[in-house]
Design a protein around this ligand. Structure first.
Ligand code: HEC
Length: 305
């Protein structure tokens, strides 16, 4: 219905806007006029569109959960652009929102060391390490085509799900690394309700292979791939998404006891389970799957840890 208007609108606005990269260099922390965002946040949710924040929050004891009103996020410097290379949007779409990097500066206790975890209503999690934040400039989206979350398009997989209250996207994502057949992938969660700021080293230490295995390059490659891919839906303790309901030790058990099943599942889940909801990874070749198996095996009870 609205399709015809968007390309026209999008083209006009893109021309009128400076590039995101140049904008970001001018956006400073605590840009909300002196009163920090943490100060303005509340200890109780006031609206379903409040953004929940937790983790290492500046000026707030660890373990505290706080809420920021959408209006307060709208009062921060906004970046606007037409989304490129984001499969969540099938037609050209204009978005505006706040650079995740700026939120780290405003909210995190230790901006240089903290990664961002975006947690979704369905327990999917997007992880944004410091290098990703600076390389890809992800944006927490507040408006889509100028509209608030209740008027956003529904989820791209046509389950009729809300894409709000928040989603994350990029102006134009370009892969920054490749490990075997795994190419740097955009982290583009929707249905985001909560952001956590966590010490990056501590988070990665939880899913690091044991020291006795860490020198194996295959294990390290698998570790890097798992950090960006599997961690979104699979967890080890409180690190990683819980959407899959199958934590690291279960994946490890499959990798150790039945590597063929593990590899087939990762490449094409429906080949093993017709009801699978996990996304397929058709581009993963044998070397990539072997690296993942080598890494996940290290978490099995049979291995010494
Ligand atoms: C988008 C979410 C998502 C991501 C990312 C994801 N998985 Fe899954 N995975 C699931 C879900 C959900 C299941 C449960 C069964 C199903 O619906 O497919 C599952 C099941 C599995 C199973 C089968 C376990 C069993 O008990 O039968 C394996 C093996 C697996 N995942 C491995 C991986 C690996 C390895 C990665 C990273 C390369 C990964 N998954 C990334 C969502 C995901």
């Amino acid at each position: 219905m609205r399709g015809w208007l968007l390309p026209v609108l999008g083209a006009a606005i893109v021309i009128a806007l400076p590039r995101l990269h140049s904008l970001s260099t001018h956006t400073q922390p605590n840009t909300s006029g002196g009163v920090s965002l943490v100060t303005r946040s509340t200890t109780e949710r006031k609206s379903s569109t409040d953004l929940e924040i937790a983790g290492d929050l500046a000026g707030s004891p660890e373990g505290n959960v706080r809420y920021i009103a959408r209006q307060d996020l709208l009062s921060l410097p906004q970046v606007s652009f037409r989304v490129g290379n984001d499969p969540n949007f099938s037609v050209p779409t204009e978005v505006s929102g706040v650079l995740l990097q700026n939120l780290v500066h405003d909210l995190a206790a230790s901006p240089a060391n903290d990664l961002v975890v975006a947690i979704c209503a369905d327990n999917y999690r997007g992880y944004y390490p410091v290098a990703y934040l600076t390389e890809h400039l992800p944006v927490l989206v507040l408006s889509v085509n100028g509209l608030p979350p209740e008027r956003w398009p529904k989820d791209p997989e046509r389950h009729g799900l809300e894409m709000g209250p928040y989603l994350i996207t990029h102006q134009d994502f370009k892969p920054a690394f490749k490990i075997l057949a795994h190419e740097d992938e955009p982290q583009i969660p929707w249905g985001v309700t909560r952001l956590e700021f966590r010490n990056e080293k501590q988070v990665l230490a939880v899913i690091a292979p044991p020291a006795s295995e860490a020198s194996d390059p295959k294990v390290q490659q698998g570790f890097r791939i798992a950090q960006q891919n599997c961690l979104r839906c699979h967890n080890l303790n409180d690190v990683g998404g819980k959407k899959a309901g199958r934590p690291w030790p279960i994946l490890s058990a499959w990798a150790a006891a039945s590597p063929d099943y593990f590899a087939a599942y990762v490449r094409n889940p429906k080949s093993k389970n017709p009801h699978a909801e996990m996304y397929p990874n058709p581009s993963y070749d044998d070397a990539t799957l072997q690296a993942l198996i080598a890494y996940f095996r290290t978490f099995s009870a049979q291995e010494t840890r």
